[in-house]
Design a protein around this ligand. Structure first.
Ligand SMILES: Cc1cc2nc3c(=O)[nH]c(=O)nc-3n(C[C@H](O)[C@H](O)[C@H](O)COP(=O)(O)OP(=O)(O)OC[C@H]3O[C@@H](n4cnc5c(N)ncnc54)[C@H](O)[C@@H]3O)c2cc1C
Length: 430
């Protein structure tokens, strides 16, 4: 997977090789999507070349020292892969209810900073970040700089440990029998191929579960890891993407924020303004649903163009249910943001030049990490797990780790373990 964790793994492995003065190992990234990014990816369309909408994570927070050091390196590569995301770009939207009416009030987090709230500390340390030029830039730049070979639109359906040769054989295609190569180390940079969710989306047994069953000698550490991964539930989110031009684009572009966190609405969780095409007069809008709303609307499917439907073979979903989802999210936007933000016609589907296009993130946010860093390494099988389902919930400083931060941190740890497995960097410490 070429999400945040897999991309970090590739980037860090090549950095470690350079630092150790050894040739970089050949890294191959298999990704079922069309491009790097995973849940931190950017939606594009051929229709509008300047259109780019961050429809997964729009930004992230980081406090772990190793992750901050990585982010510093990523700001120094050319072109930079990340930049600080200022809290002034985030607003909170809350309902104030009187007996007869509900009013939605938007407050800026930068205003709170001025009052000396705890938000100020985050702002000063500059610890929120965004990918450059879009969220996907974070993964794109790491993959490019790493020199890894990429195989997009490729679903790894079979992973099999060959004990005699001490290699992992990978297979793709519909049956998993199409050879994808043999590798000294396997980094599973997604929970999906090890989770029961795989069976409902792609059918058949999860590839890593199957691999454990095929081992001639059972590996208790792997079995325990698989049990823990499968026990973790992840909350879904529905994303709706639209784009506006003309007066509607100007109205959205004029707002002094990028992300609105909505508190207290049953349907709408977040509104994200995308200004990547602003110079060409195009503004994107991404609406994220609440988890509860996404859970109750599973029949809407994964969305046209999603890797799950396109190549994974997941059910197409019901178009009436998708219409209903689109309608509900747009009605919520009108209720929560209009007229305080823009005029009603500037938030309507009729004035959108692109979309609304729905995408279901079936496992947007894991409820808690499944594996500690040490449980994510199976040295006897030269296997490492990486992703936001690996690591600690809280940093050494006592701060809650963000999801992207966990993915970054686990990619760093996995690369450290892999370099030891490849035996060119003894006693490596992060
Ligand atoms: C709507 C939404 C909002 C979010 N908001 C935030 C936020 O504000 N802050 C924050 O910190 N985090 C947020 N997150 C979470 C964040 O996006 C994720 O934690 C992070 O991107 C996870 O990265 P990852 O590499 O662990 O996994 P993923 O991004 O899931 O990457 C795994 C990759 O592996 C690929 N893959 C899986 N199986 C296979 C296979 N068999 N063959 C080939 N490829 C495969 C997948 O296609 C995917 O690209 C949000 C997520 C969503 C969806």
């Amino acid at each position: 997977g070429a999400g945040v964790a897999g991309s970090t793994f590739a980037f860090e492995l090549s950095r470690r090789a350079r630092a150790a003065g050894v040739p970089a190992p050949r890294v191959e990234l298999f990704e079922m999507g069309r491009a790097p990014g995973g849940r931190a990816s950017t939606r594009r369309t051929r229709e509008f070349p300047t259109f780019a909408a961050d429809h997964g994570a729009p930004f992230f927070h980081a406090s772990d020292l190793n992750v901050l050091a990585l982010l510093q390196r990523l700001q120094q590569i050319s072109p930079p892969a990340v930049e600080p995301f200022h809290r002034a770009e985030i607003v909170d939207v809350r309902a104030t209810r009187s007996t007869a009416t509900t009013t939605w009030v938007t407050t800026s987090r930068s205003a709170k900073c001025k009052e000396g709230s705890s938000a100020q500390a985050n702002d000063v340390s500059g610890s929120s970040f965004v990918g450059r030029p879009t969220m996907a830039g974070l993964c794109e730049q790491m993959v490019k700089s790493s020199g890894a070979t990429t195989r997009f639109q490729t679903v790894v359906r079979r992973v099999e440990w060959q004990a005699n040769e001490c290699v992992w054989e990978l297979g793709g295609g519909d049956s998993g029998l199409e050879p994808l190569g043999a590798f000294d180390v396997l980094c599973v940079a997604s929970a999906t191929p090890a989770h029961t969710r795989w069976s409902s989306v792609f059918g058949g047994e999860p590839p890593v579960v199957r691999a454990a069953e095929l081992l001639k000698t059972p590996n208790p550490a792997l079995e325990e890891a698989l049990r823990k991964i499968s026990a973790v539930k992840a909350k879904p989110v529905l994303a709706l993407v639209l784009a506006f031009d003309g007066a509607a684009a100007s109205a959205w572009n004029a707002l002094p924020w990028t992300v609105a966190e909505v508190h207290g609405d049953d349907v709408l969780g977040r509104v994200i303004i995308g200004r990547h095409g602003a110079a060409q007069g195009l503004i994107s809008l991404v609406l994220h649903s609440t988890h509860e709303f996404a859970m109750h609307h599973a029949s809407a499917g994964y969305g046209r163009g999603s890797a799950a439907e396109r190549i994974g073979g997941a059910s197409k979903g019901c178009s009436d249910a998708r219409e209903q989802v689109e309608q509900s999210l747009l009605e919520s936007l009108a209720r929560v943001g209009v007229p305080a933000w823009v005029r009603a016609e500037h938030a309507s589907r009729d004035s959108a030049v692109y979309g609304p296009l729905m995408h279901r993130w079936g496992g947007a946010l894991p409820e808690r990490p499944a594996l500690t860093h040490s449980a994510a390494v199976i040295p006897a099988l030269k296997l490492v797990f990486a992703g936001d389902y690996v690591g600690e919930e809280v940093s050494a400083k006592g701060e809650e780790l963000s999801f992207v931060e966990r993915a970054l941190s686990s990619g760093l740890h996995a690369a450290g373990s892999a370099s030891e497995m490849l035996r060119w960097q003894k006693n490596s410490a992060l």
